[in-house]
Design a protein around this ligand. Structure first.
Ligand SMILES: [Zn+2]
Length: 357
């Protein structure tokens, strides 16, 4: 039996059934957004283990919508196969958040009901929902054409032209950074707090119960080499917390934010928000990113799907093809890919639980 589900509603009902069989405490929080069927979209939480535990493992997925069909498979496998009530450590609880962006998952989008990249929406302190990397306005007409997707368009030639004109590093330092000025564009961080953020603000503390120590694994897919993963951290490699993580995870896979690291640090990340929100807790966070296809293929799929969403007609073949390709670049159908990421995803969750013990 495959733990991967073809759509959000199937994934959610299988996950709910497995969580309730295991005796998890379940919650469901509705999102005010259009649903493709007559059934509301929800963020679902399952809490497993001792309600009085002092440590919590948080496993979240679907922050980027469609990627949730990968995260759901990992969570379902854990619920069905790996968490056993009478053999579980008494001082650890597992908090599973099934799909942080149910709209994106249900509609095969990376963005939410307000076109928001949720991992750019969690502003902290005096950060503001404004601005864009300086090259974004130059790329806007290429990234966000105001027309339905077109299969005959020479995407590769156009993107190679842009790479020649602006340089690969400009693209890499512009696209994933996020922007707050183009509400229909790719990588939009929003103009205000998302519904997801509001729900987390209201409830995450309660889900953590009495926990003083938290390890949070946020599951993603679509960036990196096929069937392998990297762990993104907001720590520097010489920090004591990072050295602890190195003991339980493959240190070669952990990417830190050392001053010499070339990775630009965007604002609005879920990780930073969690850590700022709970200064009284020891809150370790790793974003696990599982690779699929080349960056250009993923970008092409994101661009086509965004065009279909805003300018396409759901009855058109080009609309459906754009949705299917988006699903493929984030959750490939390949059995080999699925086997690889499922096994590694489960290992990461178990390593986190082990670390807390
Ligand atoms: Zn993601």
């Amino acid at each position: 039996m495959s733990y991967f589900s073809p759509d959000y509603f199937t994934a959610r009902s299988r996950w709910r059934a497995a969580a309730s069989r295991l005796g998890c405490r379940l919650e469901s929080h509705e999102i005010d957004a259009a649903s493709p069927i007559n059934d509301p979209l929800t963020i679902d939480i399952a809490i497993f283990g001792n309600p009085l535990a002092h440590k919590a493992m948080v496993i979240s997925s679907g922050l980027h919508g469609v990627e949730g069909l990968f995260g759901s498979a990992v969570q379902l496998a854990l619920l069905a196969q790996h968490l056993v009530a009478d053999k579980f450590p008494s001082d650890v609880a597992v908090v599973m958040i099934h799909t942080l962006n149910p709209f994106g998952c249900a509609w095969y989008r990376r963005w939410n009901e307000d076109n928001i990249d949720l991992n750019r929406n969690f502003l902290v302190g005096d950060e503001v929902y404004q601005g864009a990397p300086s090259a974004y306005p130059l790329l806007d007409s290429f990234l966000n054409p105001q027309s339905p997707p077109n299969r005959l368009e020479p995407f590769l030639l156009k993107s190679l032209g842009l790479i020649t004109k602006y340089g690969m590093s400009t693209l890499k330092n512009t696209l994933p950074v996020g922007q707050y000025d183009f509400p229909q564009g790719l990588f939009f961080g929003g103009n205000s707090q998302s519904q997801t953020q509001i729900i987390l603000t209201a409830h995450l503390r309660r889900w953590l119960g009495l926990s003083q120590q938290v390890f949070h694994l946020d599951l993603h897919s679509g960036l990196g080499k096929w069937g392998t993963y990297k762990l993104f951290s907001k720590l520097t490699s010489d920090s004591p917390r990072c050295q602890l993580l190195d003991e339980y995870f493959d240190s070669d896979k952990i990417l830190t934010i050392d001053a010499d690291a070339a990775v630009y640090q965007p604002i609005g990340s879920f990780e930073k928000w969690c850590q700022v929100s709970f200064p009284d807790l020891t809150y370790d966070f790793l974003l696990a990113e599982f690779g699929t296809y080349s960056m250009l293929r993923v970008l092409k799929a994101l661009r086509a799907e965004n065009r279909a969403h805003w300018w396409g007609n759901p009855a058109d073949k080009s609309y459906q093809e754009a949705k299917q390709e988006l699903l493929e670049v984030f959750v490939p159908k390949s059995q080999q890919w699925r086997d690889l990421v499922l096994e590694q995803g489960i290992d990461l969750c178990l390593a986190g639980i082990n670390m807390l013990c």
